[in-house]
Design a protein around this ligand. Sequence first.
Ligand code: SF4
Length: 360
Amino acid sequence: MELAELIGLRPVPVAGLLLSLTNRCPLHCAHCSSSSTLAGPEPAAEALLRLVESFGPADRPDVLMLTGGEPMLRADLVADLAAAARRAGTRTAVLTGAYFAAREGVPARIGRAIRSVDHFSVSLDAYHEREVPRAAVFRLLRTVLDDGVPVSVHAVGSGPDDPYLSGLVAATRLAFGNRVPMLIGTVRPVGRAAAWAAAPAPRPAPTVPPPVAPCAMAAWPVVAPDGTVLACCNQQAVDRRPAPAHLVLGHVATDDWATIRARALSSPVLRMIRAVGPIHLLARFGAPVPAGGQCRACHSLSGNDELRASIGRVAGGPVGELLDRRAAQVQRAAGPISFLRRYGCPSYAAQVAPGYQESA
Ligand code: SF4
């Protein structure tokens, strides 16, 4: 599975499951969004396996995305989860910081985990390079490609003008041609970067009514390191406890995939967040829109029972289901480059499918 296919599925509700295997990590990257250390929480292996084993051939996500922390700290679990997912027809991707790459030769357990997945991604940016040299990551990528596993690099920089990003893209193309697609984003002021990263530029004042702005981050359920299953992968939602009620889908200790999937698809509020976005939603129902952007507006929904009841009357039936499905169809048809123009660093969006020529 190539990166472009994976990203192309990202706006499709329940097409994927994001699973944080651990909040632990041996690296100390200055921008780490999850502030990972070697002491963080991690869900029980049995609960994660039970969840993935509950996938059925006709009721499963297309993609299981394993993240952390550092998922390769649980390399045997990566291999076991990928095997269980494959039995149901689900493909698995893993994102690692490659802490093990600094030494030549891939440790046997980690090699087995890498060969068990359908896509292997490495985080590589200025902050990771202080921990794991670029040459070591490139050596690892060559080994994984030689094993026949598709790879990608996930990078972040300070913005489109960051010279590090243009240098990294040039070096990656020189070393691998178009064999290594890249997902390139911007460092956000969350986790360890909260103290120093620049906040995104203020958005222009919203028009009246505010534009429709579907939130695709509510499409794939997310298993947080404490086992809570959330509808949103935004780090602030993943970290916040109690989590906003409308973003909670369950817990790995108690819920199977069919239950989580049904909750994600049938929630009127989630349908509308995915179809029109929270700011448009609040304005449409005459509710005050707090300053601070989409996520602040979204979180304000959890304290407003009356508003959620009104949304339920509009989006609880077939109309809400249709709106949700249509919004996903439109975003999927626009493709992964369009998706990353919204959610990544726009000027590098085409690196998700290097060599692909967009028609004018
Ligand atoms: S708008 Fe809501 S669902 Fe979307 S990223 Fe923000 S908190 Fe998550």
